[in-house]
Design a protein around this ligand. Structure first.
Ligand code: SF4
Ligand code: SF4
Length: 445
């Protein structure tokens, strides 16, 4: 796997899937001695204030943080246990965030979820649905609130796995197609949507068959059930490439107008699974399904993990030797975030952990990491799904010529990471473009 980054493998236009020796089925992760739950995210809305104090005993699912600001998302305890401290702690999205540390009760064993039971779809108006999303602590409440007065006709679901390492979303759909379709029907009902498109890769025939079988079964063969279509795509699509996905799904959308203003709401498989957990099982957001994979662990896999579990505990559980790790990334190899410490907790945004050993990836120990000059090979242009000239934009960004970068379409970059992946000179093209985009945005605001 370490050869993935700076070797000839980078010259493949599309990264090979790295799932041949991973146990894909979702397993329950151990519940460890302590969890650390931040009172918010540095990137998603305002922070909550604590509703508990040191020494309090809390129960799984209990609300422990909230705010009077509607955009803040309440925080729930993911375990039964006792509060041992409240204070700043490293967050995997950067910075130190006020967090609560809970010592897990010895009786906390986890439980078997009743995924196979699909209750009738509850009726909601949109306002009540958004309120309920907030109560359950789902970040999606802000997305829907921003679209509160907009007419939504179409729900678009990206069920492709763009990152070659992260298979948690795909695995959720494969194991729980019923709950996912249930959640789509719930969402259609709540936003008065007309149709939903599940965009799936062509080679996922097994999942396709499972979904088709579901449509012919009660209780999902309802009137609205017939509004769900599966689109088979030749290639995976990055999770943030919404316009690209809409075009592949044959929706007539315009680039100069927000998708939501054109009646299209985009949602991911893990978010749909959260909707099912909350509205069908009455469980607030207390866990995530994540992929743990990389050269730093012996037994990679997909795990259902309680929020607040430390990366270090999960890496140990997967047979990792933390002394040999050169890098730990939250998210995928293409666009994930490097961590400065393994003592960061799993948060609502975590979909994967990549512990990597150091001998190639650590810039302090490997010459292979250093970027070379641009050799004008145009590989980045060939591979760019947004039809940009990535090398050129990155160079403008590096020279702080932001207006030129903007003219060359920096803002249309999908941040997929493919240009960095293929560049034979190991230039961090997408990272430079990402920084350039942020700079352009700051100049506008
Ligand atoms: S410029 Fe790079 S990161 Fe941006 S869309 Fe093109 S290939 Fe992806
Ligand atoms: S940035 Fe990299 S991939 Fe793009 S033209 Fe230059 S050397 Fe080639």
């Amino acid at each position: 796997m370490d050869r993935f980054w700076p070797t000839f493998a980078r010259r493949n236009p599309i990264p090979n899937r790295y799932d041949h020796n991973i146990e894909k089925s979702i397993k329950e992760a151990k519940i460890f001695q302590r969890v650390i739950i931040p009172f918010g995210s540095p990137q998603k809305g305002p922070f909550c204030t604590s509703l508990v104090k040191k020494g309090d005993v809390v129960q799984k699912g209990q609300k422990i943080g909230d705010s009077e600001i509607a955009a803040a998302t309440p925080v729930h305890s993911s375990v039964d246990g006792k509060i041992v401290s409240i204070g700043p702690h490293h967050h995997p999205l950067g910075g130190k965030i006020s967090s609560v540390e809970i010592e897990v009760s010895e009786e906390e064993k986890g439980e078997i979820r009743a995924e196979n039971h699909l209750p009738p779809i509850p009726a909601f108006d949109r306002e009540a649905f958004i309120q309920k999303l907030r109560v359950y602590g789902l970040l999606f409440h802000n997305t829907l609130k921003a679209a509160q007065n907009k007419k939504i006709n179409t729900i678009l679901i990206n069920a492709t796995s763009f990152d070659p390492f992260i298979s948690s979303g795909r695995q959720i759909l494969s194991e729980y197609p019923g709950p996912i379709v249930w959640a789509i029907l719930l969402l259609l009902e709540a936003v008065s949507g007309k149709r939903a498109f599940i965009c799936l890769e062509k080679n996922e025939r097994g999942i396709y068959q499972k979904i088709q079988t579901l449509f012919s079964q009660s209780p999902l063969n309802t009137k609205s059930g017939s509004a769900i279509r599966v689109h088979l795509l030749k290639r995976p699509v990055p999770s943030f490439a919404h316009y690209f996905l809409a075009n592949l799904a044959d929706l007539k959308v315009y680039k100069n107008k927000q998708l939501i203003d054109q009646g299209v709401l985009v949602i991911t498989i893990p978010t749909l699974y959260d909707l099912f957990s909350s509205f069908a099982l009455n469980q607030p957001k207390i866990e995530n399904v994540i992929t743990v994979i990389g050269s730093g662990v012996k037994t990679p896999g997909n795990f259902r993990v309680r929020l607040g579990t430390l990366f270090s505990d999960i890496i140990d559980q997967c047979g990792g030797n933390r002394k040999h790790l050169g890098r730990i990334i939250m998210g995928g190899i293409m666009s994930g975030m490097s961590q400065i410490t393994p003592l960061v907790p799993v948060v609502k945004e975590t979909d994967g952990i990549l512990p990597l050993i150091s001998f190639v990836l650590d810039e302090n120990t490997s010459d292979l990491y250093s970027p070379g000059p641009c050799v004008r090979c145009a590989k980045c242009i060939d591979v760019c799904p947004a039809h940009l000239m990535p090398g050129m934009i990155a160079e403008y960004g590096r020279r702080k010529r932001f207006s030129d970068a903007k003219e060359y379409g920096a803002k249309n970059c999908l941040e997929c990471g493919l240009c960095s992946y293929v560049c034979p000179s190991r230039i961090p093209v997408s990272e430079l473009i990402r920084a350039t985009k942020r700079q352009i945005e700051e100049e506008i605001t």
